[in-house]
Ligand binder design. Structure first.
Ligand code: S3P
Length: 186
């Protein structure tokens, strides 16, 4: 007879963990994350939105008034706090997984999913919004290209990688759900 202490055998292991989406600006973490949360009947959090709420300022204003280092400190605290919540879906800012402590904590507490998109897709998507201070520069595309190269080795440390293609978001959500079925705690 199974005991009450046994996890229900029919539930895949990811059910007990937060699903954290990582990847570059424009990868679709927030949009896809919100839809993924709906599909799973979970709460959705966005670390950027939580930082803005805590600071009472927009991300561009935090960068302008306090600088990137302050933003990164806030980001680290907010993600640590979010990871203490019951399993949910978490979209993280593009730089969050680059920090060694945050990365280790996310790998310990969450199932991490890299939403990987090609440069042209990222570039097309980031041009639709003005709220990314790292791209407020004349050589924004070259900078984004550098970020793709620099950050790839960190994002590649996520538990799962899913390609974020143009097309219906439901496609990406389905790809994540499929990948999650294969995940086992290491
Ligand atoms: C950043 C990505 C942004 C935001 C901030 C810095 C980054 O989030 O956290 O502008 O370092 O890549 P998104 O990835 O949600 O755009």
């Amino acid at each position: 007879m199974p005991s009450d202490a046994d996890p229900p055998s029919s539930l895949p292991p990811y059910q007990g963990r937060t699903i954290a989406l990582v990847g570059l600006m424009g990868a679709g973490k927030s949009t896809v994350g919100r839809r993924l949360a709906e599909r799973l009947g979970r709460e959705f959090f966005d670390s950027d939105a939580e930082i803005e709420k805590a600071a009472g300022l927009s991300i561009p204003d935090i960068f302008a008034l306090h600088g990137e280092a302050d933003f990164r400190r806030g980001e680290k605290q907010v993600i640590r706090r979010l990871l203490e919540r019951p399993p949910h879906v978490l979209a993280t800012g593009g730089g969050a997984f680059i920090d060694a402590d945050t990365r280790a904590l996310m790998r310990e507490r969450a199932v991490t999913v890299w939403l990987n998109a090609d440069l042209e897709t990222l570039w097309r998507r980031v041009q639709k919004r003005e709220d990314r201070p790292l791209l407020h520069r004349p050589d924004a595309k070259a900078h984004l290209t550098n970020l793709v190269t620099e950050r790839q080795p960190y994002y590649a440390q996520a538990d799962l990688t899913v390609h974020s293609k143009d097309g219906p978001h439901a496609q990406t959500v389905n790809a994540i759900l499929k990948a999650l079925q294969t995940w086992t705690p290491s």
